[in-house]
Design a protein around this ligand. Sequence first.
Ligand SMILES: [Mg+2]
Length: 183
Amino acid sequence: MKWTNLLEPDLVIDGSILDLPLDNLLSNGLKGLVLDVDETVVPLKSDRVSPQMEAWINQFRQSFSIWLVSNNLSQRRIGRIAGILNLPFIASAGKPSRRKIRQAMEAMGLPPEQIGIVGDRLFTDVLAGNRLGLYTILVQPLSRFDDPPAQSYLQSFEIYVSQLLGASVFTSKHSVAKFRKSP
Ligand SMILES: [Mg+2]
């Protein structure tokens, strides 16, 4: 495997985590989900969890073991969000480092191929997940429609750089794009 494949998600969603198709995850044999927090579950500039996100978590927790794993250094912010959603969490994870994600994997008691990681960043969430052999899912940042959409620029920049490096991240116009890794 080329090292640039480590930057290629297994699935790219042209939408937020709320657009993730449950049947796709189940048909891929997933039983656990590691969720990024900032811009994946809650916009970076907010600590309010939307009712839609609460409903999503409550639906998906019936099928998956879910952990929040964030690079945010604020134990307080991530702990508060985890408390609202009643989910276990790890802050200061240092993704793309694998160490803290491994803690969540061990707590889930699942093999890597049964765990998905969902995040808005290629160079942290996707890279960390691919290093661990997880099913990697890139979502659009929640504040993509903000003015200015700073997090979207960051994601676009990372996709641009990854393509310069030889990775091919394909973002479809459709709501869900299945991305196929090159052999
Ligand atoms: Mg994020």
